[in-house]
Each structure stands twice: as C-alpha cells, then as structure tokens.
Ligand binder design. Structure first.
Ligand SMILES: CC(C)(COP(=O)(O)OP(=O)(O)OC[C@H]1O[C@@H](n2cnc3c(N)ncnc32)[C@H](O)[C@@H]1OP(=O)(O)O)[C@@H](O)C(=O)NCCC(=O)NCCS
Length: 169
C-alpha cells in the first residue's frame, strides 16, 4: 500500500480521500459502487438493511476534490472480532489506492477497538482482492469448498491479527 495511512489519503502527503459513515442518502450510490463487483450481490436493499444493524459499519470514501464517492467498506464488530462484509472501489477509480486506503483504515480501527482479529471470505478467483489482502498481512486460514454460485466456486477464508501485524508496518 505504498506506506499509505488512513490519515494521509493515500498519497503520503495531502489528503485525496476522506472516510465517513454512509447514510440513507447514499443508498443509490452505494448500490452503484457495489455494482463494480461483477460477482457482487449487494443491492440498494442490502445496504438499507445494513444501515439498520447496530453492529454494522457502512462507510464511504469520498474524493476530497470533487466529493465523488469512490469506495465503500462494510464491516461488523461482533464479540470483539471484525468481520469484513463488503469492500469495493468504484470501477473507474480502481487501481489508484482506494481499496488499500480503506483497508488500512479498517486495520487501524481494529487496533483502536482492541479487536482480536479481522475475518473475511473472498472468492478464490478474486485475484485483485486476494492480492490486496495478502499485501496487508491477511493470512489464509481455511476455505469453504463450493460456497459460491451453487457449488461452483470456493471461498477463501482469511484473517488478520492486530498483534501480529499493524497497518503499514
Ligand atoms: C478489490 C478492490 C476493492 C481493490 O480496490 P482498488 O482500489 O482497485 O485497490 P488498490 O488500488 O488500493 O490496490 C491495492 C493492491 O491490491 C492489489 N490489486 C488491486 N487490483 C488488482 C488487480 N486488478 N489485479 C491484481 N492485484 C490487484 C495490488 O496488490 C494493489 O497494489 P498495487 O497497485 O501496488 O499493485 C477492487 O478491485 C474492487 O472493487 N473489486 C470488486 C469488489 C471486490 O471484489 N471486493 C472484494 C470482495 S472480498
């Protein structure tokens, strides 16, 4: 992640993005950004449901320059563990550091909250996400064979443990 930290907007100096909690006014935008994932199933209604869950955090990354929502992050804090529910970068803003910046934010949150680990599951074919998570120090801890698409694709289970690695270290 090129040393990018949540506070520096991914460019190591000024601030390119800022993160904020999503609101009902963001539902259309969230659904549009989620549609960047060709395998994604999250709809406007999915995000509306998340906004109603006390344990769910729905956040957006905004471009500081023009206010465009460039990415989204959804995570749960349950029993002291963080479960990543969704991460996506708007399709025309991918490969510019947004995903890494959002995940760095999550790693810092985990440390601040004293979470024991961050758990996620990802399609075995999702090369981009797997590379991103590995780069941040997530480790493969298991798999769920045939988890997606009625048995067609496996889920890879990954964990990140705050005491082992820290954001950007
Ligand atoms: C996965 C995703 C969020 C990455 O977001 P992004 O903003 O493009 O990622 P970044 O620019 O921060 O990339 C960070 C690192 O991730 C990896 N990566 C990102 N896109 C990649 C790609 N297409 N191929 C291979 N590696 C990739 C690289 O290691 C990259 O570092 P580098 O650019 O220095 O090589 C984005 O591809 C996306 O929205 N995909 C659809 C939704 C999705 O699959 N979400 C994950 C569900 S588990």
């Amino acid at each position: 992640m090129n040393g990018a930290r949540p506070g520096d907007g991914g460019d190591g100096g000024g601030s390119r993005w800022r993160i904020r909690a999503a609101t009902a006014a963001d539902l259309e935008t969230l659904a549009r950004v989620a549609a960047s994932d060709p395998h994604g199933s999250w709809t406007r209604q999915s995000f509306a449901s998340e906004l109603g869950l006390a344990w769910s955090n729905v956040q957006v990354a905004e471009d500081v320059g023009d206010g465009t929502v460039v990415g989204l992050l959804v995570w749960w804090l349950v029993a002291g563990e963080i479960q990543l529910q969704n991460l996506a970068t708007r399709s025309d803003r991918q490969r510019r550091g947004v995903g890494a910046w959002l995940m760095a934010h999550l790693l810092e949150e985990a440390e601040k909250l004293g979470a024991t680990r961050i758990q996620l599951e990802v399609r075995s074919s999702n090369v981009a996400a797997l590379a991103l998570y590995r780069k941040l120090g997530f480790e493969v801890v298991g798999e769920r064979p045939g988890y997606y698409d009625a048995g067609e694709e496996d889920a890879v289970l990954m964990d990140w443990v705050p005491t082992k690695q820290g954001p950007g270290r």
